[in-house]
Design a protein around this ligand. Structure first.
Ligand SMILES: N[C@@H](CCC(=O)N[C@@H](CS)C(=O)NCC(=O)O)C(=O)O
Length: 210
């Protein structure tokens, strides 16, 4: 059994999407990331960075419980544990998967996260950070659209953990931040195609949130 410190936000959703694809048994422990619960002893034991997601794999590599935090690291750990092709075993697809996974972790997540923060959460609506992160979000969507104009999935012909990492952030943009995907038709098509996957539908019983 895998215990997941989770919430209806994109970083934990990546983990749930992968667990649903892999068919591994899991239990979600819901932790509101805007509450003090992220600093509770239980979360800190698995996630010293006091953020979600984090997992506790009750049967880790040595047979003892093993904890992993940082969603990208969790995706790699679980795909390897399951021996899944969602993390390709062969080059060049393997390093291309890592490349786009790191791109999500360093770009899409932080930039869209800041855009959401300054537009939806900040007490004052400040033009400079809003336009900076909005510009960066559109630049990243342009990069993704160009990649998806060449390939069915982010890495190539097959669905991988790179798609799983990017999807929850990007799919949330039109419903929650009113981002218009008209300039990004390949992104739009990819989102709609992924939404038909049974594992994606199981992972999203409720509307998406950033
Ligand atoms: N790089 C981390 C980011 C995790 C993260 O920022 N999680 C948010 C919720 S989606 C959180 O826990 N926020 C609580 C806080 O910032 O105090 C990952 O990908 O796991």
């Amino acid at each position: 059994m895998i215990r997941v410190y989770s919430w209806q936000t994109p970083n934990p959703k990546k983990v749930i999407l992968l667990l649903e694809e892999l068919g591994l048994p899991y239990q979600e422990i819901m932790i509101d990331p805007l509450s003090d619960a992220v600093r509770s002893d239980g979360v800190l034991a698995a996630s010293p960075n006091a953020k979600i997601p984090a997992i506790v794999d009750e049967h880790g590599p040595t047979g003892l419980p093993h904890t992993v935090f940082e969603s990208g690291a969790i995706l790699i750990y679980l795909a390897e544990k399951a021996g899944s092709d969602l993390l390709p075993r062969q080059e060049p697809d393997r390093s291309t998967t890592f490349q786009w996974l790191m791109w999500q972790m360093a770009g899409i997540g932080p930039m869209i996260g800041q855009y959401f923060h300054f537009t939806a959460l900040a007490p004052e609506k400040l033009d400079y950070p809003i336009s900076r992160y909005q510009r960066e979000m559109h630049r990243l969507l342009t990069v993704l659209n160009a990649q998806l104009s060449q390939h069915a999935y982010v890495v190539g012909a097959n669905y991988t953990i790179a798609d799983i990492a990017i999807f929850p952030w990007v799919a949330a943009l039109p419903p929650l931040l009113s981002v218009d995907f008209t300039p990004y038709p390949h992104v739009q098509e990819w989102v709609e195609r992924l939404q038909t996957r049974p594992a994606v539908q199981r992972a999203y019983p409720q509307p998406q949130q950033p």
